[in-house]
Design a protein around this ligand. Sequence first.
Ligand SMILES: C/C(=C\CNc1ncnc2c1ncn2[C@@H]1O[C@H](COP(=O)(O)O)[C@@H](O)[C@H]1O)CO
Length: 200
Amino acid sequence: MSSTTVEAGLPRGGRGPLEICVFCGAGRCNSPSIVAAARATGSLIGRRGHRLLYGGGGSGLMGEVAWAAAEHGASIRGVIPHFLYERERAIAAPAQELHLTDTLLKRKEHMLRSADVFLALPGGFGTLDEILEVISATYLGVHAKPMIIVNPDGVWDGFIALVETLAGLDLITSPTPVFHTADSPEEAMALAERLTLPVA
Ligand SMILES: C/C(=C\CNc1ncnc2c1ncn2[C@@H]1O[C@H](COP(=O)(O)O)[C@@H](O)[C@H]1O)CO
């Protein structure tokens, strides 16, 4: 992991607390360093005075992010479809403002509308779907909210290489990056705060 240092408190001249949407796996991950990255992400959101917006569950990496954010004082908003409430253990999540939606699509719409910036940690198909939803909307010019892929242990290297291959074939043609990558939660947080600064 990189050694970027992020101190407590909000940056001077910054834009105040951010609504940081975190996408990650709902399942338990067997890699201690990825679990640590999930906890570090939640902890940084709290220590930096930001708010966590996430899938509302108490299970897996999602639960790790949410509990670490809560332990470090973050306010938390969860958005979960009714049918996932039990399966993703929303009952075991920390105290949060919980929004129940009818569908996965409505959950994503809520997140896209409310977030200032998106961070993606490792996850499964759901996380992949969420990442692609955000970056394809950026690609089409529907919004311009930064997507930062947090890449502990190079987990996302294959995805990044696939996008580069497709761009090399001119199948993805964007003059500006549609997502950013960070090797660590600290680097991701510094990037999130920089990319959301008001334009001078
Ligand atoms: C069915 C629809 C879209 C395709 N699938 C998903 N879309 C959005 N979110 C999803 C989808 N499948 C699972 N999820 C949720 O994402 C979270 C992370 O999942 P992971 O697989 O562990 O990475 C979790 O809350 C999943 O339930 C219609 O739009």
